[in-house]
Design a protein around this ligand. Structure first.
Ligand code: HEC
Ligand code: HEC
Ligand code: HEC
Ligand code: HEC
Ligand code: HEC
Ligand code: HEC
Ligand code: HEC
Ligand code: HEC
Ligand code: HEC
Ligand code: HEC
Length: 306
């Protein structure tokens, strides 16, 4: 065995054994696995030994059409411990007598242990915030989103992503089908245009540092600077918009004037402004006069009026 292989073997071992070791609630399977890891009970024939029994299962052999089955990749599983890079040492496994690592929500080991297998190769800048993400805390594991026994992992195709995410995120699914929304349902945008699927240091795992920076990516004209600014806009676009969709035009959380009255006096003014008849009952109301709600660069655009 080459020294890279030994390095990898010990990396996988350290990742997994420290994961089991730290977990006071390690189940019986995990404890059994740890013994096999420590004894280094890997098979000498690699995948061939597994395929003696598992080659009739098409879902298993499909891995050879994908990147993880590529024997030519020195950094991939097949150039290393092969099937056992992910499923752990075979030991005396011939079926049910001794377990292998099983993945998925119904897997036989914790989500943390499953993920430590994947992270033994994929711990890089993309997944730096993984451990602190809400997904991790909720035991959503790598394989909740990814499949490896396939020629092509479905979620990596842009056209499939939204459907994968909204299998769990039903609230966002409802929002994106409302009267006004980002073109998520049409496939012209994906969740990961705004969110980092592996977590980030920002609220709501946004790719950018703030909500507003996320929006400026595509709506640069709203960044300003403006001569006459609206504090509510500088503070947070989601004061007024639901980024996933809403029943009101322009993805507004509420209709004006209620939207504005969330923060302003009931009639918007501390003093008397002469108002046209019935202005507060019409849909546009406040914006009839304050038409530049995001900010104005007009010399006489004070109070966001032009
Ligand atoms: C890159 C990690 C990885 C490698 C390498 C790997 N597997 Fe898997 N295996 C998984 C994951 C993850 C699943 C869960 C299903 C999925 O995500 O595709 C799985 C599922 C399975 C299952 C259960 C399939 C089912 O029908 O539910 C078997 C059996 C299996 N693998 C055997 C093998 C064999 C044999 C090899 C070597 C030829 C192998 N695996 C290589 C990660 C891996
Ligand atoms: C002597 C036959 C035999 C060999 C060799 C063998 N397995 Fe298995 N394996 C089985 C049987 C039988 C099952 C139980 C299948 C079931 O319960 O439906 C099983 C179950 C599994 C499972 C759990 C999947 C499930 O659906 O329960 C995984 C993962 C797995 N084997 C991986 C491997 C890997 C990786 C190797 C090689 C290192 C290997 N097996 C070698 C016979 C074998
Ligand atoms: C032994 C190392 C190793 C392990 C373990 C491993 N991977 Fe990979 N994985 C790779 C390599 C190498 C690539 C190809 C990277 C590239 O093309 O830059 C890859 C690519 C991927 C990709 C991109 C696939 C594509 O088609 O471009 C995904 C997603 C992925 N791995 C998920 C996983 C998951 C989930 C697990 C755990 C079940 C896992 N990997 C375990 C080595 C590994
Ligand atoms: C919530 C769903 C989700 C989870 C959980 C998830 N991923 Fe991903 N992953 C994605 C999506 C979507 C992409 C493609 C878009 C992107 O790269 O931002 C991706 C891309 C990747 C890629 C290829 C591009 C890259 O980032 O290098 C790899 C490798 C990968 N994921 C590995 C992992 C590993 C390892 C885990 C667990 C630690 C994991 N993923 C957990 C959704 C997920
Ligand atoms: C245009 C950018 C954008 C897109 C596209 C987007 N989101 Fe969001 N998402 C946000 C912002 C911004 C927040 C923070 C909301 C807030 O502060 O009110 C958020 C919050 C969330 C939250 C946290 C729940 C909450 O209300 O705080 C979840 C879950 C979520 N998004 C899932 C998704 C899913 C799933 C998709 C794809 C269907 C998606 N998002 C697409 C921008 C986006
Ligand atoms: C297997 C179910 C599942 C899948 C698939 C899934 N999520 Fe989640 N996600 C959750 C759970 C559970 C939470 C915890 C909070 C909650 O219930 O909203 C969460 C939380 C989030 C949050 C809030 C994070 C935070 O830090 O506040 C965002 C954003 C999010 N998911 C985006 C996505 C995106 C984007 C995808 C697809 C790439 C995705 N999710 C796929 C289950 C899932
Ligand atoms: C990846 C690019 C992208 C990002 C990031 C983005 N948008 Fe959009 N936005 C679009 C596209 C595309 C449209 C649809 C334009 C059209 O239909 O003409 C749109 C439309 C809108 C609309 C008008 C909707 C309607 O019903 O006409 C609003 C409001 C909006 N975005 C707000 C936001 C907010 C707030 C954010 C930040 C949370 C944001 N956008 C981030 C691309 C983006
Ligand atoms: C104080 C409430 C409020 C805040 C905060 C706000 N908007 Fe708006 N937005 C509106 C209203 C009201 C409309 C309806 C059209 C109009 O009157 O300009 C709108 C319309 C839009 C539109 C579609 C029409 C257009 O002007 O292109 C986009 C895109 C948009 N907003 C993006 C943003 C972004 C990006 C932010 C954060 C930088 C933001 N909005 C913050 C109230 C707000
Ligand atoms: C999230 C709270 C919030 C919402 C919602 C909001 N505003 Fe404001 N608005 C502010 C704050 C804060 C200021 C600055 C302090 C002040 O003058 O009260 C401001 C200032 C203003 C000003 C005075 C600007 C100037 O040049 O002095 C106008 C006009 C205005 N808002 C109109 C609106 C309209 C119209 C809406 C509804 C579309 C709205 N606001 C919604 C918080 C909000
Ligand atoms: C008929 C036109 C008109 C309508 C409709 C209107 N405003 Fe005004 N508003 C003005 C004018 C004019 C000023 C500036 C007063 C001045 O010149 O001193 C002003 C000033 C303001 C200010 C800043 C001064 C202050 O008192 O703090 C806010 C905030 C404001 N309006 C909010 C609103 C809101 C919210 C609505 C809807 C509920 C609204 N306005 C509807 C004309 C209007």
């Amino acid at each position: 065995m080459s020294s890279t292989n030994q390095l990898l073997r010990s990396c996988v071992f350290i990742a997994i054994s420290s994961c089991i070791g730290m977990n006071a609630y390690a189940n019986e399977v995990e404890t059994q696995l740890l013994t096999k890891f420590e004894a280094g009970q890997y098979s000498s024939k690699g995948a061939d030994s597994c395929l003696m029994c598992h080659k009739k299962d098409d879902t298993v052999t499909a891995i050879f059409s994908g990147v993880h089955g590529d024997t030519g990749r020195s950094d991939g599983p097949m150039a290393q411990l092969q099937c056992e890079s992910c499923h752990g040492p075979q030991g005396k496994h011939k079926g049910k007598n001794e377990p292998m690592i099983q993945f998925g929500a119904d897997g036989n080991v914790s989500a943390e242990l499953q993920d430590s297998v994947c992270l033994s190769c994929h711990q890089d800048s993309e997944r730096m915030a993984w451990h602190d993400s809400l997904h991790t805390q909720e035991e959503i594991s790598c394989v909740s989103c990814h499949s490896v026994h396939t020629a092509a992992d479905p979620i990596l195709k842009r056209g499939n992503e939204v459907a994968s995410c909204t299998e769990c995120h039903t609230e966002q699914k409802l929002d994106m089908h409302k009267r006004s929304s980002h073109p998520l349902a049409q496939g012209a945008m994906v969740c990961s245009d705004c969110h980092a699927p592996h977590g980030s240091l920002s609220d709501a795992s946004l790719k950018q540092t703030t909500v507003n920076e996320s929006c400026y990516d595509c709506h640069a004209e709203k960044r300003g600077p403006f001569l006459w600014e609206h504090e509510a806009v500088i503070d947070d676009c989601s004061n007024c918009h639901n980024p996933h969709g809403a029943v009101n035009d322009n993805m507004l959380k509420r209709k004006a004037p209620q939207l504005c009255q969330n923060c302003h006096q009931p009639d918007g003014h501390q003093f008397n402004v002469e108002q046209p008849e019935g202005v507060f009952t019409s849909g546009q109301s406040c914006m009839n006069c304050h038409s530049k709600v995001h900010g104005s660069n007009h010399p006489s655009g004070n109070y966001l009026r032009k």
